[in-house]
Ligand binder design. Sequence first.
Ligand code: FPP
Length: 239
Amino acid sequence: MGNDNKPLNHLAIIMDGNGRWAKKRHLPRFMGHRQGMDNIRKIALEANRLGIKVLTLYAFSTENWARPSDEVNYLMRLPIDFFDKFMPELQENNVRVNIMGFSDNLPEKTYEVTQKAIKQTASNTGMVLNFAFNYGSRAEIVNAVQKIAKKVQDGEINASQIDEQMVSDNLLTENLKPYTDPDLLIRTSGEERLSNFMLWQLAYSEFEFTDKFWPDFTVDDLDKMIADYQKRERRFGKV
Ligand code: FPP
């Protein structure tokens, strides 16, 4: 979307503040996550309508396992509920699902449901809805370094051949090519930090923050942030 100077192909969102949204209403934290899950629908449909190619959502980090087990279990159920509820609409809108993260230690049911969603939508040609689920950027980079080191060890490449493209090609965003790097990152709930999210890929991205908690973040808020982003000048280090 946008003009040639200001493409918005890849939008990434750190959906923060579910717990505080619930607390403010004297509700249990899981109700905030439930409301947050429902909010994904509206925002994803709007992003799709705007012609965005990839929408990446930070849904569960490698650090989130340290939360109380009740909450972890609830978060692991959300993909099951989400695809159960919204798969028909994703299909109608030609949305393709992708999961970015370390899927090997997910509970079996969660793993199965995510794989099924990927398969069911594999031939869709619209927006990629990319869930960062059990994702952590440092682990992702370590994983890439190990894969590249193995190639050097096996004599497939020389260390001097390692370049930015090769590192990028070994990250978990490789299958989002050519839209591996977000143009714009949004974080809700007033926190202004990256929390181990897409450290490599966000090198030249624009950032937008709002005090609103994720369940309160509206299509109108999204449209305003995008309009603001379109006014900015991205120079990628050049003058
Ligand atoms: C951050 O809020 C949010 C999360 C850790 C979970 C985000 C997940 C969703 C919105 C739903 C995911 C849905 C699918 C389909 C995978 P927080 O709990 O850190 O809030 P707090 O900072 O206010 O405590």
